[in-house]
Structure formats: structure tokens, C-alpha cells
Design a protein around this ligand. Structure first.
Ligand SMILES: [Zn+2]
Length: 331
């Protein structure tokens, strides 16, 4: 163990020892504190003998970052006790519950647009991003993206993206400028290992939709039987702080469908049939273009399950379908 880190840990252990010794005479039930004091003394004893920081199961070093949080740890990550494992699972479950809270509300009622989406992590939490923000003029801002990597770190960057777009979304900035700012904020607050591909857009009540695709897979615009791919025109967010973004405007007619997805769909693999592919998504979206967005998403998931035929998914999955309403209803 690094001498400096050992010095910090030793200081922490002595500090805890002092606090426990002061607390024990005052505690109504001192037994748990006495046990804790014994653990601290054992740790200091191991430090003197040179065996501190080694896993009791495999004798490999316990991760230093974890020791800095809890200097009494005696198991490496590969050999957690069942109690530690349960605590970790509970943490992950809580993280997923928080992440789900960041998704668009299921009962989101929008005057001019109907939406359906599906969001599913491959592990405990997801690095995909999916959001729909109602705008004061009756339009919406929508975004679907994918942070590089998977797991906890990607999910943290996903919640960061969510916060960036939630705060920039209401400022009424032109879309290209908003993307430039979002990129800068994301870039300055992450390590070069992380970037995010993203397709987003602002859709107004009249059907005018301005989109921007930052290195993401093509969004699909389905009108009648024709499917137009809205391709990437900019770099992913977070690669270079000064990237600029161009946007594309399309006029979406009543009943037209917009379909967005992450590579958890397009790059899903069946060992025999290969990759699911954008073409199959386009065919499916076109075949279901008259269905409600939720039904289109449902049909897509059914088709993916048929395609996978029991093969496991290996990536986070997010799908978002938007349809311009046939009538504006009561609004
Ligand atoms: Zn171990």
C-alpha cells in the first residue's frame, strides 16, 4: 500500500479510536461501540504487522478507494460478505429507482403530440437518456441519447445530461446554440473517457420539427410508406468543448411518426441472424405507422424478442416514438 494512503488511513483509525473511547462511557448501551473499538484496534494491529488492507479470503489488496471510505473493510470487491453484497444490491436498486424518476411521466398529456417510449438497462442502471419536456407554447423538446460505456458511471453521466437539458430546455435558445452549450457543459464536467451520442428536437404544434443529431444513429421520420433517415450532422457531446451543431427542419404532417432508438436496439445480436439493424427498424416503424406510439414501441419490442430468440441483450435499450396528433383535441 502507498505510504501516503497508509498514513491517511492510520490517522483515520486513530481518530475513530479517540472518538469511540470518548463516546463509550456516555453510551446507554456501550456494547456495539466496544465491538467497534475492538475492530479499530485489530485494524491498527494489522497495520503494525503489515497485513492491513489484504482481503481475508484471497489475500489480494482491498481496493484503496474503498478503504478510504471504510478503513475497517477486510474483503476485496470479489469477496464481499453476504451483508456487504446485500447493501450493494440495495444501493443499486435505489439508484435505479432514482433513474426511473428522471424518465418522462407515463401520463404526460401533450396537446399536439402523442408519445410512447421504452427504457430498459442491461445491468442495474442505464447509460441511455430519454426525455420529453413540454414547452409553454404547446410544443415539446425531445431527446434520446447514449452515454459511452455501461453501468454506474454511465448512468451518472446520463443524469448529468438530463440536468443539462432540463435547465437549458426552458431558456428558449435556438436549438444549435443550445446544443453548443450543452456540449460545452458536458465536456467541461466529464473525463475524456465519456461522451454521449444524442438526437434531439423541438417540435411545435403546427408540426414543424427542428432536429439535431450529435453522432447518434439516424432518427426515422415515417410518412405514409416513406421512411426518411435524419442522419448525424455533428460530433457526439463531450468529445470537443468547442463543437458546433447544425440543425435540420422538417414539416411533420398529422399522423406522421418519428422514431428514435439507441444501439441497444439496432445493434442487438442474434448469433445466427447477426445484427437487428436500422433497416429492420425502418420496416417495422413503417408497418406500424398507423398505430399509437405506445403500440409501435410495443410491436418493436415484440419483434426484438422474436429476433433475439432467447439470446441475451448486451446493451442498454431506449426507444422513443412520437406522433403528431390527428386533431388538437380540446386544446
Ligand atoms: Zn478477495
Amino acid at each position: 500500500m502507498d505510504a501516503q494512503i497508509e498514513g491517511i488511513l492510520k490517522h483515520q483509525l486513530h481518530d475513530r479510536r479517540d472518538r469511540l473511547q470518548a463516546a463509550i462511557p456516555l453510551a446507554p448501551d456501550p456494547a456495539p461501540l466496544v465491538n467497534l473499538l475492538q475492530e479499530v484496534d485489530d485494524a491498527l494491529e494489522r497495520m503494525n504487522r503489515g497485513s492491513y488492507g489484504l482481503c481475508v479470503i484471497c489475500n489480494d489488496p482491498v481496493e484503496e478507494r474503498r478503504l478510504l471510505v471504510d478503513p475497517l473493510l477486510r474483503n476485496c470487491l470479489d469477496h464481499l460478505t453476504s451483508e456487504q453484497q446485500r447493501a450493494l444490491e440495495q444501493d443499486l436498486e435505489l439508484a435505479w429507482r432514482l433513474q426511473r424518476e428522471l424518465l418522462p411521466r407515463a401520463d404526460l398529456d401533450l396537446p399536439a403530440w402523442e408519445i410512447g417510449y421504452h427504457y430498459e438497462p442491461v445491468g442495474p442502471v442505464s447509460g441511455d437518456y430519454c426525455d420529453v419536456i413540454p414547452l409553454p407554447d404547446g410544443g415539446i423538446f425531445f431527446a434520446l441519447g447514449d452515454v459511452s460505456g455501461k453501468g454506474i458511471a454511465s448512468s451518472m453521466m446520463m443524469s448529468h445530461l438530463h440536468a443539462i437539458f432540463r435547465s437549458l430546455g426552458g431558456l428558449g435558445l435556438p436549438l444549435d446554440e443550445m446544443m453548443g452549450r450543452a456540449n460545452r457543459v458536458f465536456c467541461e464536467s466529464t473525463t475524456p473517457a465519456f461522451f454521449a451520442t444524442l438526437v434531439c428536437g423541438r417540435a411545435d404544434r403546427s408540426g414543424e420539427v427542428e432536429t439535431c443529431n450529435a453522432g447518434h444513429l439516424p432518427a426515422l421520420w415515417v410518412r405514409h410508406e416513406q421512411v426518411t433517415r435524419l442522419e448525424a450532422s455533428g460530433l457526439p457531446l463531450g468529445l470537443f468543448c468547442n463543437s458546433s451543431y447544425s440543425t435540420e427542419k422538417v414539416g411533420v404532417a398529422r399522423g406522421d411518426l418519428l422514431f428514435l432508438y439507441t444501439d441497444g436496439l439496432s445493434e442487438a445480436r442474434n448469433p445466427v441472424a447477426g445484427e437487428y439493424g436500422v433497416e429492420r427498424i425502418a420496416t417495422l416503424a413503417s408497418a406500424h405507422r398507423l398505430d399509437a406510439p405506445r403500440a409501435v414501441v410495443g410491436a418493436c419490442l415484440d419483434d426484438l424478442a422474436r429476433f433475439l430468440a432467447g439470446a441475451p441483450r448486451t446493451d442498454d435499450l431506449a426507444v422513443l416514438a412520437l406522433r403528431r396528433r390527428d386533431s388538437l383535441g380540446s386544446a
